[in-house]
Design a protein around this ligand. Sequence first.
Ligand code: ZN
Length: 351
Amino acid sequence: MQAVFDGHNDVLLRLWSNAKNGADPVHEFVNGTGEGHIDGPRAKRGGLAGGLSAIYIPSDHLVLKTPDANGHYNTPLSEPLQRQPSLDIALEFTAIALRLDRAGAWKLCRSVTDIRTAMAQGVFAAVLHMEGCEAIGADLAALETFHAAGLRSLGPVWSRHNVFGHGVPFAFPMGPDTGPGLTDAGFDLVRECNRLGILVDLAHITEKGFWDVAKTTDQPLIASHSNAHSLTTVARNLTDRQLDAIRDSKGLVGLNYATTMLRPDGQENARTPLSDMVRHIDYMVERMGIDCVALGSDFDGATIPEEIGDAAGNQSLIVALRAAGYGDTDLTKLCRENWLRVLAQAWHEAA
Ligand SMILES: [Zn+2]
C-alpha cells in the first residue's frame, strides 16, 4: 500500500453541513457514517494518510447546467458572496478542524514535520486550505489570524468572482481564459501569502489570474486539483502552456478525480474507467516530469469514478498506475513526496 497525501478534499463541508443538523463532527469522522467519501476508518483502509481540507463557502443556488444534445454545458458563475456571512462560515469550518485536532481525530498540520509525524503515527494529516477567500477582506487583516489558526494554503478564488480575482465557470468545452486576472488586492494577497508562508493554489482561477500569480509569487506554481485541458476541455483544466509554467517553477498539479474533468466528453458520470485517470497522469508526467504530478482527489466535493467509490478505494488508482508501468520510486513521488516538497518550500521549511 502506498500512503497518499492528497491535494484537495471537502470533508469539512460535509461535517459542517451535518453539524448544522445537530451531528457531532468528531463522532462522524472517527466512526464514519458511510456517507460521502472521507472519514477516519475509510481513509485508513484506502491508505489516504492526509491531505488539504478546504474551507469552502457554499454557493446556495449553484445547479450544474444539463448538457445539450451535443454534450455541451455552460453553468453561469455563481453570484459573488458578502464578506460577513462568509467570515462566519469560515470560522465555523476552522472550529471543526480545530475540534477534530483537539479530540485526536486528525492532526491539524502546520508544517511538513507535522505531516510526517502524523503519517508515521497513523493519524490523518490534515492541512487547512481556503478555497476562495471571501472570508478575508481586501485589507488582509484576517489572513494573519487564519494563519495562526492553522491555515497553510489558499486559492484566491473559487469558481466565482471576489475582491481578489475571477474564477472560471463549470463549462464544456471551454478554455480557462474566461475573464480578468487578479485585482490589486489579489496581488497584495499573493505577496502576503509569500511573507507568511501560505501556499497559493491556482485551481479555479482564470488563465489571466494564473499568469498574474506566476509573475508575482516566489513559490512553485501549484494547481491542487486540476487536470490536462488537452484531454478534457473543461474550463477548469490547464492548458499545455500552463503545465509548462508549472514545470518550470518546479510546482505540481494534483490529479482531480472529478469525472467531469477526466472524461474526454466532460460529463458527470461515475461509470468512468480508471484508464481515464491514468491517461491524465501519463500526459502530465510526459509534459512536466514525474516530480510535478501528484494527487488532488476532490473527495467529498465531486462525482468520482465508481471503481474508487470513496477514500477506502483510493488504492485502486495506485494499482492501475502500477499496472501502467509506474514503479515504487515514481509512485512515492506521485502519492506524497511531490506534495511534501512543494509544501516545505511554500512554508519556508527545510524539506
Ligand atoms: Zn474545487
